[in-house]
Design a protein around this ligand. Sequence first.
Ligand code: SF4
Length: 470
Amino acid sequence: MNAAAEAFLREAAATAANGELHQIVRKGVEHYDAAVERGRARFLDWEAARQRCRKIKREAIDRLDLYLEEFERRVNERGGHVFWAETAEDACRYVTDLAARAGVRTVVKSKSMVSEEIRLNAALETRGIKVWETDLGEFIVQLREEPPFHIVTPAMHLTRRQIAALFREKLGGVQTEDPQELTAVARRELRRAFFSAEMGVTGANFLVADSGAIAITTNEGNARLCSSLPRIHVAIAGIEKVIPRAEDLALLWPVLATAGTGQAITCYNTLVTGPRTASEPDGPEEFHVVLLDNGRSRLLADPEQREVLHCIRCGACLNACPVFRTIGGHAYGTIYSGPIGSVLTPHLRGLAEFQHLSFASSLCGACAVVCPVKIDLPRHLLQNRRNAIAAGLRPAQERTGFRLWRWAMENDRRFTMFGWAARFGWKMARRAGLAGTALDPARRWTKAREMPEIPRHSFRALWRKTHGAG
Ligand code: SF4
């Protein structure tokens, strides 16, 4: 087992035993579920909306090269710059070099999972540049020096008491636990940063090909400040974020808001089309878009799994997932957690290191039911598992076990014999007092669970007894 898989098992076991965290996550998800139910009811036909969103994303991904080139052309026409970053390092180098050339000392950032993916903050900080996360949740986790817990609600795992204590420790003089007052404290800190920053970095929820605009959606208006106050605006987005037409936003924006938080529409929806023009009184002097590949082209080339690029990062699959609800976002050890993270991370960061994530699922299918663009996540988890097995990445005892199981299942007699041997072996192990000890083959299972009593007779034997051999 590699280091990432070991860390995952260790962290997952620790979080699974953390009752307080479960309470916090459960409360958050219950609140979310109720809001989303109300949100879906606002649509005349939620299912038709999902179908239409899927169609838009499929059109964009199937003709990704054309739409990206169209987007680039439009940005250039308006005086912006587009940089194609093949890797995370390329993207970081472009932004840090740009910052160094322009004498940037302070950067304000709005929430961007892609910037987390490329570890932009660390890259900027090593060049002596101060970075401020301006989304409230991101600001909180930045103060805690930890990654986001959830792709939409980064500080979902914290109570207001914990946040108040954090603000007291890091910001000084904060005597309140009132959420509104705590928000006001953060706002005061961040206002100073907005006015002193020379560069603003944002993500992009969508890249609109026909208008060369980036579409950003936030509830705090911070992306609008990041993209308009500093002298330089840099938007970083994965190449899969492109959509064909501005009119597609009429559906994608409300669907993203509904699936993400249960809102009818997010509070601030901004379209940025380039740097300030001669007739405009404000806005950035420079506008740069970094288009990040970082493994996405490999996924695009895979006809079986390309639909994973349809994801609009709403976070719904995380909230629906019983594994995420039990182990939380940090245990995954990756930026993208939950079902989409378990599918995507092995493609972005290597199957050899992260294949274990695709096995951390009961395949209950709840993620596919809620996904607003209808990505068949359980199928992709299975395909990742198949690929891991084909590449010889699973442990030898597991391979042997499944070979044995297949051998037994292929033949009626062998199956009966196998069942009998398993029942007999288990009975003997219990009698000898081996259950739960180092000699117990099921120890890893029984360490945290009760082994059910093995019935004396198999189902087949009972059936024969009551219905006869036929
Ligand atoms: S896979 Fe679907 S549900 Fe999960 S984050 Fe992406 S769009 Fe949302």
